[in-house]
Ligand binder design. Structure first.
Ligand SMILES: *Cc1c(COP(=O)(O)O)cnc(C)c1O
Length: 427
């Protein structure tokens, strides 16, 4: 086996990492294995995982049930093209997704990543209006501080500043933006809070195909939690002005906020819903775009009579089978109680940060804990401190945040939060 130094050198030289550069001397840690909530590095150090590999590994790593589901499917077929063919894992997963999501959503389009699921949602909305002889309705309206992915379509609806719109401005579609919701979670949404959105949609609805939002939690665009009442009012305005509502639950879906889907906090349903990340329990890359029958049939009945998208690895059987097993595991567990318990322990554990001079705010919702600092962190110097403290936390910008696997024990979570508190204290 290669020495650790050789591995690191080759990685530095040849491998891109997310939002990173090659040969940039960021600390990058080779992982040997992961099991439960423990990540074991090649040098033998063990870290408690606070990230669920970006919202996805809700059952932890190397779970026997998920391993079994993937292995069983592997014996049958790992992949088969989805054009003209179908299979049990895809049918079962689609049926299951339709069953657990809000009632109007009846159809499922599988894709291989969250960004693509959002691209598909945007294309569906535009093609829906095209089929309805309203081709001028082709813009998206959204709020600032959103994050919907890294491809061109999704970048165009992500926060213009965080999303580096200036860098790509010549190729990026120009969409409509209003300020991110100012009313917080558990607060009402006043006339003032919704005024700008209302003005925008009333002025431009003839050009707007859909509103796209992350419900309740704005993830990578700032980890902000906003009022369910705001979301209710958005739903009503979309109805009033004949605009579709796309909800991006790629981060929030599958229990993370304390509800199975975050839109349940507002008791509303979207016309199009995107899921991904935790869909396979973090095992494989799979995402899905759900739509109402009305959208699906309008597209069928319009020109050109088919929906213009079809990924090579659409509905990959390995991923679908694993997703089914992951959903079953989740739904058969007392996940509401588990998430509530994590919420309580995050509240208690991160509370000491509240009074630190470097900290602007601590906020918790479900199994998400966020420490917002006054100043952007220096990832180069901060990352090794977390690793030395025995935890895996990956802060960005002004945010140190936790979203541990649901299977984390009380003890492990206490270790995780005290490590975070001590590192934040040292800032
Ligand atoms: C992560 C994320 C995406 C993009 O998903 P990828 O699988 O990284 O392409 C889109 N929307 C939200 C809300 C996300 O959190």
């Amino acid at each position: 086996m290669q020495s650790l130094d050789t591995l690191n050198n080759l990685d530095q030289k040849h491998v891109w990492h997310p939002y990173s550069a090659v040969q940039a001397n960021y600390p990058i840690y080779p992982v040997r294995s992961a099991k439960g909530v423990t990540i074991t590095l090649m040098d033998g150090r063990k870290l408690i995982d606070g990230m669920s590999s970006w919202w996805s590994a809700i059952h932890g790593y190397n779970h026997p049930t998920l391993n079994q589901a993937a292995t069983d499917q592997l014996q049958n077929m790992s992949h088969i093209m989805f054009g003209g063919l179908t299979h049990q894992p895809a049918i079962d997963l689609a049926t299951q997704l339709v069953e657990i999501t809000p009632e109007p959503l009846q159809t499922v389009f599988f894709s291989d990543s969250g960004s693509v699921a959002v691209e598909v949602a945007m294309k569906m909305a535009i093609q829906y209006w095209y089929a309805k002889n309203q081709p001028t309705k082709n813009l998206l309206l959204t709020v600032r501080n959103g994050y919907h992915g890294d491809t061109f379509g999704t970048m165009s609806v992500s926060d213009p500043k965080n999303g580096m719109h200036s860098l790509f401005s010549s190729t990026l579609s120009q969409q409509l933006f209003v300020d991110s919701p100012s009313c917080r979670f558990n607060e009402p949404c006043t006339q003032k809070d919704i005024a700008e959105f209302k003005a925008k949609i009333s002025q431009h609805h003839q050009q707007i195909a859909a509103v796209i939002l992350e419900p309740i939690v704005q993830g990578a665009g700032g980890m902000r939690f906003y009022s369910a009442d705001y979301l209710c009012q958005i739903r009503e305005l979309c109805n009033q002005y004949g605009v579709l509502l796309i909800l991006d639950e790629i981060a929030t879906g599958f229990g993370r906020t304390g509800k199975l889907f975050a839109c349940e906090h507002a008791q509303i349903s979207p016309d199009i819903l995107c899921v991904g990340k935790a869909l396979t329990g973090g095992y494989m890359t799979l995402a899905a775009t759900l739509a109402t029958e009305e959208i699906a049939l309008s597209i069928r009945d319009g020109e050109p009579g088919i929906f213009m998208h079809g990924p090579t690895f659409m509905a990959n059987p390995l991923a679908c089978a694993t997703a089914l097993a992951s959903l079953k595991l989740l739904l058969n567990s007392p996940w509401q109680k588990t998430v509530k318990n994590i919420e309580q322990l995050l509240l208690k554990g991160l509370n000491p940060c509240q009074n630190l001079a470097s900290v602007k705010e601590v906020r918790i919702l479900g199994a998400i804990g966020v420490i917002e600092l006054h100043q952007a962190i220096d990832i180069k110097s901060l990352q090794p401190k977390f690793v030395e403290a025995g935890v895996w936390v990956r802060p960005f910008n002004k945010l140190v945040y936790l979203m541990p696997p649901f299977i984390i024990s009380d003890n492990e979570l206490e270790t995780l939060t005290s490590a975070v508190v001590s590192v934040v204290k040292s800032l």
